[in-house]
Design a protein around this ligand. Sequence first.
Ligand SMILES: Cc1ncc(COP(=O)(O)O)c(C=O)c1O
Length: 338
Amino acid sequence: MTSEDLRHHGDRDTAPGMLDFAVNVWLPAPPRWLRDRLAAAIDRLATYPSDVDDLAAREAVAARHGRGPDEVLVLNGSAEGFALLPNLRPRLAAIVHPQFTEPEVALRTAGVPVRRVMLSGDYVLRPELVPDEADMVVIGNPTNPTSVTHPAALIRRLARPGRIVVVDEAFMDAIPGEPESLSGDPRVLVFRSLTKTWALAGLRAGYALGAPEVLARLAVDRPQWPVGSLVLEAVSVCCSPGAVAESTEMARKALADKDDFVTALTAAGIEIVVGPTAPFVLVRVPDGRRLREALRDRKIAVRRGETFPGLTVDHIRLAVRPQAETTRLLEAWRDYGR
Ligand SMILES: Cc1ncc(COP(=O)(O)O)c(C=O)c1O
């Protein structure tokens, strides 16, 4: 059974005081050095965000990804990038599912015809399923909720003159070295997020990488001062070489934790839908709704699957968490099974 709700996200499955396996933000709060930089930037809030601040942020992003500053657009979270997609005036958008649902919401709301490309089995992209006539293709990499990373070469096969390929790389910095990232490829439009790694969900900070003319069309109706100074500051500092090195270390640790999590889930007899590559795992359980409610009664939140196109109430997404929290989850799961 499916019960799609494209506007449902993991934050609605959790609540204060719950043990949270539903939301994929790793740290409980931004690290000290980042808080200090943001706190210092508060002193400058009496002035409007300047072109100099904007350029500094774009230069930091450009240096991090080997691009030029004119190939960068700072966003209020990557979610803003999806909201701007209709400005590119696609005639037919192909959306590769299951994936994060905001791109489809934005395009449909603007009246853009949308064709869903449904993946199943190993959930790896099959380029031949994408309709030739689509002049926009949207894909997540790594993909939320399947935790599959598509080979960059496969995504590149979607590129062609007259078509914009949009790659949501919100979770790419969770993969050490980012081997499948297309952030350096001028032929695609990439959206990146600072939310997950740096615990900045409430700030709304991200950016787009793409050809300057595509970015100009994307941003055509944004207001004056589209992003605040704190967002610009966060983007500058999180793209510095030191921050990138720290995030790579965090990604390595998360990868090891993910492998331990998979081992523990497998030992508990829980079906993992597909081998995860990112620090969240999609599982399938009999009577998923009953399990989710039983866990919720024990103050444990998990992300329901059925709101994603192609998934059902028996699919559940679990964020990788520290060992002690995993132990609590598995104990509660075992109690429920008794
Ligand atoms: C795959 C994916 N892309 C993008 C976003 C939105 O990210 P941001 O906070 O940068 O808007 C999310 C948030 O959950 C997500 O899961």
